[in-house]
Design a binder for this molecule. Structure first.
Ligand code: P70
Length: 462
């Protein structure tokens, strides 16, 4: 969006409570890195100055949410806070049946246990790692079907999360409903750089799925950010109220999985929501087994209350204007200095293109991991690799997967950091960019079999 807007994109909130953060010396960070096996997940958070590891569960809650914690109803069964959450979800998203879960992957676990049989396919614009792991855990096969531009970090396509509809149609025709358990759209598309899916594309993808008798779900983690991109960019939808856009996105789906840790502005929580009462009854069996009684789902009543309030706050347009504007602000600082980015910036994060940042390293030298370590060493800023390490190995062949994108994600927690913090982040990355040719890469020394990025250990290549 360009041009004069009478509404400032400065924070539509002020700060009532602060939490000190600590600066470390380069020597301290050097020692911490060695101890952590050069895995930033293993560095204590207290030794991180600015933590951009994830936007998940790191939001600052509002005064209304904190007040809600005191109002939470801790009844085991039939908690008032559950009914309140369900009302908000019904009103905002339009799904009748709601199963709270402890977080997003809890919802994935319940959903795939209910609908996925071994050998069946799940089609997604791009599976996020936990979704992929849950599909595989059930013996399913995951297929990514995003448009080609999604894999081109330089393409400025406004909806890089879109499905390639002809590939989707071909897969549906070829395999049919007996072989395909689900079509799922991840909004925004996290593994593709936090890129939105357009409403037109969602509608067509859902219509294709439906015409082949296959269910269509959203992975709705960042639904509000996706809706704001539609509100900003999509012909026919620009300027339309975000709540209306959200509803239009949900209207095409049979249900959604949700990590409340993103666009419900809470530190823990999630849910599975759907329309079909029969599916809900089946899912409830698994929810009870894995998550808890269906009116609490692994959460305290106060968490349900905070999530209900967060869902209402996240669709506030002034909040979303500030949110996406802040991510863009960081991207602008970096782009101005020539740092290669995944374009355009996503809804929740700026992604560095590690392949163009460190063109002298090949995939086996883990350019993304190398870059993430270097940014921490430089500025005490924690980021995360979304590349070869995260992609893991092919379960059939055991070979390293080579993802088309090798990225380092700078995820911005919601309502937490100021633009001055982001200026420090930009300065740190720019200094690393200045000495990029000296970087030699990393090698993995310990590798766990699933979700290896969380606990793997590395050492620098001499
Ligand atoms: C993130 C976290 C979680 C996620 C997601 C999508 C599109 C489902 C989930 C699972 C995970 C993460 C990654 C790196 C570092 C820390 C955390 N994404 N679908 O940051 O939700 O975590 O609640 O089980 O993005 O992107 P949950």
């Amino acid at each position: 969006m360009t041009g004069y807007t009478p509404v400032p994109d400065a924070e539509p909130f002020r700060i009532k409570m602060v939490e000190p953060i600590r600066w470390t010396t380069r020597e301290e960070r050097e020692g911490l890195l060695e101890e952590a096996g050069y895995n930033l997940f293993l560095v204590p958070a207290e030794a991180v100055y600015i933590d951009l590891l994830t936007d998940s569960g790191t939001s600052a809650m509002s005064d209304a949410q904190w007040a809600g914690l005191m109002r939470g109803d801790e009844a085991y069964a039939g908690s008032r806070s559950f009914y309140r959450l369900r009302e908000v979800i019904r009103g905002l998203l339009g799904f009748e049946h709601v199963l709270p879960t402890h977080q997003g992957r809890g919802a994935e676990h319940v959903l795939f246990s209910t609908i996925l049989k071994p050998g069946q396919l799940v089609l997604n614009n791009m599976h996020f790692d936990t979704t992929l792991a849950h599909v595989q855990h059930r013996g399913g096969i995951a297929q990514d079907l995003a448009i080609a531009q999604a894999y081109d970090p330089t393409s400025a396509h406004p909806f890089k999360g879109d499905f390639d509809l002809s590939r989707l149609e071909r897969a549906l025709k070829e395999h049919g409903p007996a072989k395909i358990a689900l079509v799922m759209a991840t909004v925004t598309c996290n593994s593709g750089g936090g890129q939105p899916v357009s409403l037109a594309n969602l509608r067509q993808a859902a219509a294709l799925a439906r015409s082949h008798g296959v269910r269509f779900f959203l992975d709705a983690c960042r639904f509000a950010e996706n809706a704001y991109f539609i509100h900003e960019r999509e012909p026919g939808w620009t300027g339309r109220p975000v709540r209306e856009v959200v509803r239009a996105m949900m209207d095409v789906a049979d249900g959604c999985t949700m990590s409340g840790k993103k666009d419900a502005l809470v530190n823990i929580g999630g849910f599975l929501a759907m329309r079909d009462p029969a599916l809900y009854r089946q899912a409830t069996v698994w929810a009870v087994l894995f998550e808890g009684f269906p009116t609490y789902g692994g959460l305290a009543g106060r968490d349900l209350e905070a999530m209900a309030r967060g869902l209402e706050e996240v669709v506030d347009e002034e909040y979303l204007r500030h949110r996406l504007g802040q991510v863009r602000y960081l991207a602008d600082r970096l782009r101005d200095a020539g740092v290669p980015l995944m374009e355009p910036p996503g809804g929740h994060a700026v992604y560095l293109d590690a392949r163009r940042f460190l063109p002298h390293l090949d995939a086996e030298q883990l350019p993304g991991q190398t870059l993430a370590v270097e940014i921490y060493r430089e500025g005490g800023v924690r980021t995360v690799e979304i590349g070869t390490v995260l992609a893991g190995r092919d379960p059939a062949t055991g070979a390293n997967r080579h993802p088309e994108l090798e990225l380092v994600r700078l995820a911005i927690p919601r309502r937490v950091y100021t633009d001055r913090h982001l200026e420090w982040v930009a300065a740190s990355v720019i200094r690393v960019y200045g000495r990029r040719t000296a970087m030699r890469g990393m090698t993995m020394t310990e590798e766990p079999p699933v979700l290896r990025h969380f606990t793997a250990r590395f050492r620098p290549i001499a």
